[in-house]
Design a protein around this ligand. Sequence first.
Ligand code: FEC
Length: 317
Amino acid sequence: MSQARSRKVGVLVMSYGTPESLDQVEAYYTHIRRGSPPSPEQLKELTDRYEAIVGGFFPLRQHTDNQVKALEEKLNEAYPDIEFVCYQGLKHASPFIEDGVEQMVKDGITEAVGVVLAPHYSVMSVGSYIKRAQEKADQLGLSISFVRSYHLHPKLIEALSIRVEEALARFEGVSKDEVLVMFTAHSLPERILEMKDPYPEQLLETSRAIVEKTGVTRWQFGWQSAGQTGVPWLGPDILDVLQTVKDENKAECVLVCPIGFVSDHLEVLYDLDIEAKRTAEELGLRFERTRSLNTDPLYMETLGEVVHALLTNAVKG
Ligand code: FEC
């Protein structure tokens, strides 16, 4: 079948990365902290969070593996004239972004595209993945172009809207208008605002597109998972939003939709399912969360289409 394919393209699929076992948490955390090891207290706090989610299992690795495989299948099925080979490149774990680029070159790939498993662009998130991949590609003489964001892709919005509707139905006996839908994403240091970074606006655009498609009437955006780095991070934090919801009697039911994440991992399974849920319940609020995208076919089609569009534009351009 691959004989009919006239062109071969390497796809660097980039994701955050996670440890493979509890004894790797320190090295992983040190990498996130740009080489500065965490204190014993910080390490314990993070290890405890991993242990709390599913007994020290690291779901992000499995989800990323599955997403990369599903995307490769989707691309090869949808575009029979091109042979697509997907490579994994992780930000904070092995195989690192640079390893993925190197492997493409070793395999004889001469044309490549990079895409991040995160729909919204910030210079501090997607921008930093792209920078590292571009630097390695330049070093090795590989031609590579990048998808920067896909936060308004109709199939992404459809997949997220389906999840919002399905989760709203979980509040039995409560009408849609009584539930406050809280869209969330990973916070970043506030200084991105001075840089006119598109991240906050793109997140609001995704939120508004879902609201429009689902007819949700009460909604709010909140930031989650801010780091403890001694500099101000974007707010309001979702835990504070929950308090405000209670204080101002805005709603009794809260549905969290983490639009900034595409997989089940620590920031969803701990920060939302354990920490935010506990806070909500202490405040007497009913709490639900939308299902993660993981390998949802609509999400895989979104990725396939944005990768393919980049190749088409590259030919035209
Ligand atoms: O399940 C897992 O093992 C990994 C879950 C995970 C995801 C994730 C996504 C994002 N982060 C983003 C920004 C930052 C910034 C810092 C930072 C720190 C951490 C720490 C852990 C962690 N992040 Fe993360 N992030 C995940 C996990 N993140 C663990 C360290 C402990 C902590 O702060 O809780 C601060 C770095 C510093 O110290 O300077 C900034 C952004 C995303 C979403 C986009 C993406 O996926 O790339 C933005 C998943």
